[in-house]
Design a protein around this ligand. Structure first.
Ligand code: G3H
Ligand code: 13P
Ligand code: ZN
Length: 335
């Protein structure tokens, strides 16, 4: 058993308290490898933003669960070095399990140094969701680990679970769910979804430049939820904006992405003015990383040193994370 406090990590409790009152959202960025982690730490330290490092169960298998524990610890040490060298404040870093689907997985992550876990049992019937979530909360809280639950189902792909359609969160359930489970934060479904194809073209309108404009998020549902659990930390998954520039960069360098539509950044910015205090972003990083790598391969087909294409990918990611912290989530300067 490695406790997260020994690794220099923090849970999400204080971060969320500050974010709800300060009307900003803490970035929750997914990572699977060293370059993504370096970019997140550099961007968040340099913009002085708190950060949640997010690991899906797929990422855990990909990166190796033992290595991940040390990557979490390494991230804290890297942040301290960077902060010292630039005379900046140290930032709070949480290591979080994204979309945990069983008690065993959540327990295993807690025992290997995670400071926060999500138990996503939202595809189960309500009472089953309550039961599974409660079980995780009881174990997690013994170790001062914070827990995110979910009500409502997002469309898209989460590891092996594919949901064709989203089911919006029912506001009348939130109070009971929070009370009975004891969760520290709640992920809700108000129209965001996972991946780079969040809406079908027929659901969108097209602007003069031929860019798809998706329907607005259901802020009415968010308002209803807030009325019932005022100030309670709310989480938005599926919040990538799928920038047209990143899609073009991929497609002009041999890629074949079609009908890619994300959540406009103004919508996410608006959501941060409520109790939304954690915003999950993965796909935008995947897009910029892929675009940067494809560009190197197009321009320098003889290149075979991984640092020569992963380096530019890391730079593109760093820029994107800084932009999110400064211009979308409002987390810059809130460490
Ligand atoms: O919500 C899903 C995240 O983007 C993680 O994706 O399960 O493919 O690692 P993954
Ligand atoms: P995106 O696919 O929109 O980046 O969402 C990521 C996410 O919700 C991770 O849990
Ligand atoms: Zn998610």
């Amino acid at each position: 058993m490695a406790h997260y406090k020994e690794l220099g990590l923090v849970n999400t409790r204080e971060m969320f308290k500050k974010a709800v009152t300060g009307k900003f959202a803490v970035p929750a960025y997914n990572f699977n490898n060293m370059e993504q982690l370096q970019a997140i730490i550099t961007a968040c330290t340099e913009t002085q933003s708190p950060v949640i490092l997010q690991v899906s169960s797929g990422a855990r298998k990909y990166a190796n669960q033992t290595l991940l524990k040390y990557m979490g610890q390494g991230a804290v040490e890297m942040m301290k070095d960077l902060a010292r060298s630039k005379s900046l404040k140290e930032i709070p870093i949480a290591l979080h399990l994204d979309h945990g689907d069983t008690f065993e997985l959540a327990k295993s992550c807690i025992e290997s140094g995670f400071s926060s876990v999500m138990i996503d049992a939202s595809h189960h019937p309500y009472d089953e969701n309550v039961k599974i979530t409660r079980e995780v909360v009881e174990f997690a809280h013994k170790h001062d680990v914070t827990v995110e639950g979910e009500l409502g189902v997002l469309a898209g792909i989460e590891d092996d679970v594919v949901a064709e359609k989203s089911t919006y969160t029912h506001p009348h359930e939130v109070e009971d769910f929070v009370k009975r489970t004891g969760v520290d934060s709640l992920a809700i479904s108000i129209g965001t979804s996972h991946g780079a194809n969040k809406f079908k073209p027929e659901q969108c309108t097209k602007n003069a430049d031929g860019i798809y404009i998706p329907p607005a998020l259901r802020f009415d549902i968010l308002d209803e939820i807030e009325k019932r659990i005022p100030g309670f930390p709310i989480v938005l998954h599926g919040s990538s904006s799928v920038p047209i520039e990143a899609v073009k960069l991929i497609n002009s360098n041999g890629g074949a992405l079609k009908d890619s539509v994300g959540i406009p950044e103004e919508q996410i910015r608006r959501a941060t003015q409520s109790s939304v205090c954690k915003v999950n972003i993965d796909s935008d990083g995947r897009l910029w990383m892929t675009g940067a790598i494809r560009k190197v391969f197009t321009e320098k087909p003889a290149e075979f040193d991984p640092r020569k294409y992963l380096g530019p990918a890391r730079d593109a990611l760093t820029l994107m994370y800084k932009h999110k912290n400064q211009n979308v989530l409002g987390s810059a300067g809130q460490a």
